[in-house]
Design a protein around this ligand. Structure first.
Ligand code: NAD
Length: 326
């Protein structure tokens, strides 16, 4: 099988190339993102492999189908980039990686929480200039405080374990509470009112888009810390900026942002104009943003490569496609 691999970066090649050899698969690595314009690059390949910021709309799928591509591989969990109806119409299965090291993602959430609270990023900046003045770097002790976790699936549960290790009291909200977790589930308003830290781990859907908005923030405790390693669109960036500027929000740690398609995985430092809301957030020293790298661990990358190639193997051998997006 020949795979056209899009949006290639060094870390993808490092993990996929040797593993593909084990399976006897040949990969062509393209730097380009998959779009309707670049789909033609996949000529002569059996499968495409794309990631979160590739775009696989109807036009691209029809062209891929005409070129003889038989299957669309996603090396990620999210499938919002693919026109599933058209893929189905063309008889092209869409195969994804539903879970890869949720611990890695939660650990990045915890890293952002600890850093933004104890202002590690500011301390680092000062120390590199031999400035060891610690005024202005005050944080709070998380032990004994309350963390509100929204979404108690795979990543939310890993985050809860870390937060419990720190000694935080956990309250949770989930649209589908899991009675087996022994958690104190509360309604969102109560979670907002009681939490010193709020961390969100639910999927992005029309019903969850901008669920963290002005109204939600107004119900939160003064000095709350907000962590988002799920999806940027879950929170209204303008409302976050207002919240952190007014001091209502003590700090924000994010691995995702609303306009990440324009920025992430690339060096955009050469642009002269930036998204004004993102620029506003980043100009606040109590906002710490990492560029969608919560998945970037050896364990997660290995799992992404393994499951992606297993998905293709199952397709090749006509076996049940357990990771097919229906
Ligand atoms: P999961 O499916 O295991 O858990 C999601 C949880 O959210 C479930 O318990 C579900 O019941 C709950 N939920 C659904 N609708 C809800 C709602 N309206 N309000 C509250 N809770 C709701 O998913 P997961 O593996 O834990 O991943 C969570 C999210 O993390 C993903 O949707 C994805 O957006 C994000 N993610 C980010 C990265 C990264 O690199 N930053 C990596 C993987 C996943």
């Amino acid at each position: 099988m020949k795979i056209a691999f899009f949006d290639t970066k060094s870390y993808w090649k490092e993990f996929f190339e040797p593993m593909a050899k084990e399976y006897g698969y040949e990969i062509t690595f393209f730097n380009e993102r998959l779009t309707a314009e670049t789909a033609k690059l996949a000529a002569g390949h059996d499968a495409t492999c794309s990631f979160v910021n590739d775009e696989v709309p109807a036009e691209a799928i029809r062209e891929l189908h005409d070129l003889g591509v038989k299957v669309l591989l996603l090396r990620c969990a999210g499938f919002d980039s693919v026109d599933l109806a058209v893929a189905k119409e063309c008889g092209m299965p869409v195969l994804r990686v539903p879970a890869y090291s949720p611990e890695s993602v939660a650990e990045q959430g915890a890293a952002l929480l600890l850093a933004v609270n104890r202002k590690t990023h500011l301390a680092y900046e000062r120390s590199t200039k031999f400035n060891f003045d610690i005024a202005g770097l005050e944080g709070i002790c998380l032990h004994g405080r309350t963390a509100g976790v929204i979404g108690t699936g795979k990543i939310g549960q890993c985050m809860i374990n870390i937060l419990k290790g720190i000694g935080m009291n956990i309250i949770a909200y989930d649209a589908f509470p899991n009675p087996n977790l022994g958690l104190e589930y509360v309604e969102l308003d109560e979670l907002y009112a009681r939490s010193d830290v709020i961390t969100i781990h639910c999927p992005l859907m029309p019903s969850t888009q901008h669920m963290i908005n002005r109204e939600a923030i107004s119900k939160m405790k003064d000095g709350v810390i907000f962590i988002n390693v799920a999806r940027g669109l879950l929170a209204d960036s303008e409302a976050l900026a207002e919240g952190v500027e007014s001091g209502k929000i003590r700090g924000i740690g994010m691995d995702v942002c609303e306009v990440e398609h324009q920025y992430f995985f690339e060096d955009r430092s050469n642009l002269t104009e930036h998204d004004p809301t993102l620029a506003r957030l980043l100009s606040n020293e109590n906002v710490l943003l990492s560029g969608h790298l919560a998945f970037l661990t050896e364990e997660a990358l290995t799992a992404m490569a393994r499951v992606t190639l297993d998905n293709l193997k199952a397709f090749e051998e006509g076996k049940e496609l357990v990771n097919e997006v229906k």
